[in-house]
Design a binder for this molecule. Structure first.
Ligand code: NI
Length: 206
């Protein structure tokens, strides 16, 4: 199906504002102290680089029960408190193929269970991404601009998501997490080197 009418191109938008796939939006000192404390508490519950669960391939979910819906609600709350726009179950130590995200700041929470990228457009875009599991890391990542993802929601209902731009990027980032893949694996050797130095410093401060 010819969804993509453009040629396969790789575009680099250097002048565009930094994209925060998973968070670190504002400077903490500008935050209300209560909000900042909640954010720190949420971040403390999110697994960081070095934790083997982040390199684990998550297992498909086969039980769409109340416990799963509680997990979705818990992840959604953590994501909001941490100012993330996406969160994968592996990031909270649960090896379920489950991710939550918000397509835009005011959008309702979406949960994708057992997501599969069914179609990926040829058009790619490079943008800077961060990750709640990789403090201080911001690296350029090339991803498809358009994807179609088949999944189930937290009630087991089959859903088809046609995503573009930031939504497509967030979904791809979170599906990577479910496969044990991090943005460090998707950037240039040079950027990875710099990111690792920043990451070690940030993790030492925790
Ligand atoms: Ni991430």
């Amino acid at each position: 199906m010819a969804v993509d009418e453009h040629d396969a191109t790789t575009e680099l938008h250097e002048d565009e504002p930094e994209l925060e796939v998973e968070g670190e939006p504002e400077h903490e000192e500008a935050l209300d102290p209560e909000v900042a404390a909640r954010r720190r508490a949420a971040l403390a519950q999110i697994r960081k680089f070095g934790d083997p669960v982040l390199r684990t391939r998550a297992r498909p979910v086969d039980l769409f029960d109340e416990a799963l819906r509680e997990e979705v609600a818990r992840m959604g709350a953590l994501m909001d408190d941490a100012f993330g726009v996406g969160l994968a179950a592996t990031q909270v130590g649960v090896v379920h193929r489950l991710l939550v995200y918000k397509a835009s700041p005011g959008a309702p929470l979406a949960a994708l269970v057992n997501p599969e990228v069914e179609w990926r457009g040829d058009e790619q875009e490079i943008m800077e991404e961060g990750c709640l599991s990789l403090p201080a890391v911001h690296v350029d990542v090339e991803r498809a601009i358009h994807v179609r993802v088949r999944a189930r929601d937290e009630y087991g209902t089959e859903i088809l998501v046609e995503a573009t731009g930031l939504e497509a990027r967030v979904i791809q980032h979170e599906i990577d997490h479910l496969d044990g893949v991090l943005i460090l694996d998707r950037t240039s050797r040079e950027e990875r080197k710099q990111a690792m130095a920043a990451l070690r410093e940030a993790l030492d401060q925790v």
